[in-house]
Structures are given as structure tokens and as C-alpha cells.
Design a protein around this ligand. Structure first.
Ligand code: HEC
Length: 148
């Protein structure tokens, strides 16, 4: 019994020491989703800006993936602030309505992006503003609700 307790304490200390966030905690889950969202959106932007080769099929898949991901992080923000390592501004919890509104804004922009990829051959003149709108939604919410 004592040994078990001791092991548990050690494990917690190790976790805290390296700043590790439990991947199964709400914070761990939303961080992982945000990172995936960043990767997919950077790939889409990168294809349009020539950083990586443009590939129509890959763009269409990426847009669908981003739309799916954009609906996921919000359920992992608990009712009250959960973790001091969170980079969420306390206003997330003080101005819930506005936070949720900006989450819906992002979902709308990713849905519009999917719409813009629905009839190949795709046109840059349609993809560029759609990706820009998504990036603007990320940035708007981060300005209001993410602490750097
Ligand atoms: C409705 C608000 C909102 C929108 C929209 C939003 N984010 Fe965030 N984002 C946050 C908040 C809040 C955090 C801090 C989460 C935490 O640490 O608890 C965050 C954190 C992040 C992180 C850091 C994750 C980590 O490992 O600490 C990345 C990367 C990120 N967001 C990418 C994006 C991308 C890309 C988009 C758009 C496709 C986006 N976010 C849209 C609110 C938002």
C-alpha cells in the first residue's frame, strides 16, 4: 500500500518536473487538437503560398480534416479553469458567450473552405480567400482569448 502511494507520488513528480501535460486530461486533449489544426492549416496555406507543392486531392482532404478538427477542441474546455499550465486567457471563462461565438465563427469558415473545394478543378481565386478567412478566425480568437 505504502509502496503504491510512493510510486504514485514519484510519477506525479516526474510529470510535473518535465512540465508534461497528461495527454488524457482536457488540457492535453485540446492542445493535441489545436496542434493538429495548426499542422493541417499550415499545409493548406503552404500549398497556396508555394512553400510545399500544391496537390489538389491533398488540399481537398486537408480542408475536410480541418473542418472536422475545428469542431473538436471546445468540448475539452471545462466549466471552470482547469490547469495553471493552460495558455487560455481567464476571459475564456468570463466571456463564455463571446468565446463560443468565435468558435462557431471558425467552424463557419472551415465549412466554407470545404464548400470551396467541392467542385474540382479548384480555383486559387476561391481557395485563397477561404484559407485567409480560416486563418483570420484563428488569429481573432487567439488575440482575445489566448495568453502568450
Ligand atoms: C474560439 C477560440 C479559438 C479559435 C477559433 C482557435 N483557437 Fe487556438 N487556442 C485557443 C485557446 C484558448 C488556446 C489555449 C488553450 C490552452 O492552453 O488551454 C489555443 C491554443 C492553440 C495552440 C497551442 C496548443 C498548445 O500546444 O499549447 C495552437 C497551435 C492553436 N491554438 C492553433 C489554432 C489554429 C491553427 C486555429 C485555427 C484553425 C485556432 N487555434 C483557432 C483558442 C482558439
Amino acid at each position: 500500500m505504502m509502496l503504491k502511494k510512493l510510486l504514485l507520488v514519484c510519477a506525479c513528480m516526474a510529470l510535473a518536473a518535465c512540465g508534461g501535460v497528461d495527454p488524457n486530461s482536457p488540457l492535453g486533449k485540446r492542445q493535441a487538437l489545436f496542434k493538429e489544426m495548426l499542422k493541417v492549416s499550415e499545409d493548406l496555406g503552404g500549398m497556396l503560398r508555394g512553400r510545399i507543392p500544391y496537390d489538389e486531392a491533398g488540399f481537398i482532404t486537408g480542408a475536410a480534416e480541418l473542418d472536422r478538427l475545428s469542431r473538436e477542441p471546445w468540448q475539452h474546455f471545462p466549466q471552470v479553469r482547469d490547469d495553471e499550465r493552460s495558455k487560455a486567457n481567464p476571459e475564456v471563462w468570463e466571456r463564455q458567450e463571446q468565446f463560443q461565438k468565435m468558435a462557431r465563427d471558425l467552424e463557419q469558415t472551415t465549412a466554407a473552405l470545404v464548400q470551396a473545394t467541392s467542385a474540382p478543378p479548384l480555383r486559387r481565386s476561391e481557395l485563397e480567400p477561404a484559407v485567409q478567412a480560416v486563418e483570420d478566425s484563428c488569429e481573432a480568437c487567439h488575440k482575445a482569448f489566448r495568453a502568450y
